[in-house]
Design a protein around this ligand. Sequence first.
Ligand code: PAF
Length: 283
Amino acid sequence: MTRRPPVARSLAALRRSLDTLRSRRATVALVPTMGALHAGHISLVRLARRRASRVIVSIFVNPKQFAPHEDFGSYPRTMDADLAKLAAEKVDLVWAPTAEAMYPDGFSTAIAPGGPALAGLEDRFRPHFFGGVATVVGKLLLQCRPDVAVFGEKDYQQLKVVTRMARDLDLGVKVIGAPVRRERDGLAMSSRNVYLSADERRSAPVLYRTLKDCAARLRGGEAVAATLEDGRRAVVEAGFALDYLEARHAESLAPLASLGDGPARLLVAAKIGHTRLIDNLKV
Ligand code: PAF
């Protein structure tokens, strides 16, 4: 059996481990996760490995990015299986802080991201989300001081928010996005896919199919508004409650009236049953 990576659960333990890693003149990559690791996360770890000589994976289900009605309590927690997967990838260190280590009693500081965090996509439906993400990612980056940090493009708006924050706060880290990993039928890999019933799982790839259809139509010169209108209808007809299907500028996330306005990204979020799924695609 491959040896489990060391797991730091307190800041003191993290600092000791980082001193050892750094004393070997290592370059360090951080892959922040909330655990429940799947092949998508493993692709982030492998990308991190190509960009740095040491790889740290953080596992922390961050209460600050869940609203009270969301799934913080039931979010899948699979630490043993996660550590086995990270051992197979020869990860150098796992940073799995306790809630108390991350947010000690009296914790009262928050990062309030602007720009891409206010693009009117996820923020419209999860107003608490990017504040929680920015605060915890800011802390993780300051705690681990990596040279690079890897985030999945699956959470595309999150990637843009973190990239902006790292620049704005001079965090001295290069933020790298990793392509979305998909199941064979196109469904984007997500820790929340385990919530889907068999019927919902069969319908779920409609999101990716719709993104692909819309992207092909836009590339073929069709109008943005009409294409999105048809895409929205297809998602709703497949049984989803649609939050948004939008075409945005791939960097600023500003709305796009036509493809001539810049590199485009299609982004979708929709609920099937109780499960909310998001996905996105380059046009
Ligand atoms: O994408 C995630 O899993 C989380 O939002 C992150 C970046 C680990 C912050 O908690």
